[in-house]
Design a protein around this ligand. Sequence first.
Ligand SMILES: [Fe+2]
Length: 382
Amino acid sequence: MPTTPALGDVLEIDDRTLLVFGQALDVAHDQPDAANALVHRAGDTLFLVDTGVTDAFRVALRSAVDRVGPWTRLVVLTTHGHPDHVGNNDLADELGRERNVPIEHYVPARDLPQMLDPAAYWIRSFSRVAGIVALPAPPKLAGDKVVSLFQPLRPFAAVTRTYEELPLERIALGAVPMTGWSFADGAVQVLRSQGHTAGHVVVHLRDSGLVHLADEGNGPCGVMQDADQLKLQTVLGAVAALFENGQATVLTDGHTFAVRRADEAASYLNGLLDQAMALQQLALSATKDKTPVDPHEFAERYGRGVTELGVGGANPNPMFTGMTAVNQLAEIGLRPDGSESGASWSRPALANPAPVAGMPRGLALVPAAIAMLRWKLQKKDR
Ligand SMILES: [Fe+2]
């Protein structure tokens, strides 16, 4: 796509599916990022996948819902709890009320804590890289500042429930058996991926041959403290195979301002997996014979590697690259040597555990006997 679309621009994928474009993060200009959203109709049900953030994006979503044909039910699906994806979730109530139609809205249970208290989540994320990469302010101030950009922030509607309250289903993504939840007789499938955040899901629109990765495609290694690289790589591999086998034809995500089709999607996904391997290799060579590792030095080296490999993602800035760097240290088996910010990282010493004594002897018998008596009186042994 030659030019970056403006917030709220709409790309027609097919006559029942629209991608509503968000925008990039620009903290210096108080601009929050807003994730792309999907509008899709399956039969008489309208699906909204994510709701972005800002009033302007809400207006764009409201006009997009009338461009995919008539509908008499509404299902809003949240891919994960980040504020750039959930700001207008109360649109579920508003549209349901105005149209007088049944509405549902689902969010992943494991992302509820960050949706309930986004400031705490971001302060914790920034604390992990304090002293490692340049932060414009202490973590508390930086976290509050970033979250303050995402207004209005309404992750919950009156109808909001967690996906996990629905019976879990076995759903095959091509040849890969996965688990998740299906809607509209299987036309829309929500698959648990849990790579980018603890609760993340990806969405498969069967009739459009479309897979929406949301933020699982956000660079090869995820960025969040609760990210799981194995899960991220597993879902990228499964989706790549889907495109290679012609079982999906359109790939969208939360922050790319374009759609990728067929072979282009497969090679993009395989490229992400190759980058993940290259970054792991880089982390190994940057830490080899160097324990303890200075995380600041490592993050700089890692950042240079990210640039050389052309790893992009939604937020190619030093702060998010620093978060990825810290994740990578943990992935290759290092642990921080202390709890203060900027502490060095080392491989744990591989000392065999001392034998455990088992039953207490001597004076240690007295407190043990009291503990046993209390245990039995409280009937915890039966
Ligand atoms: Fe995200």
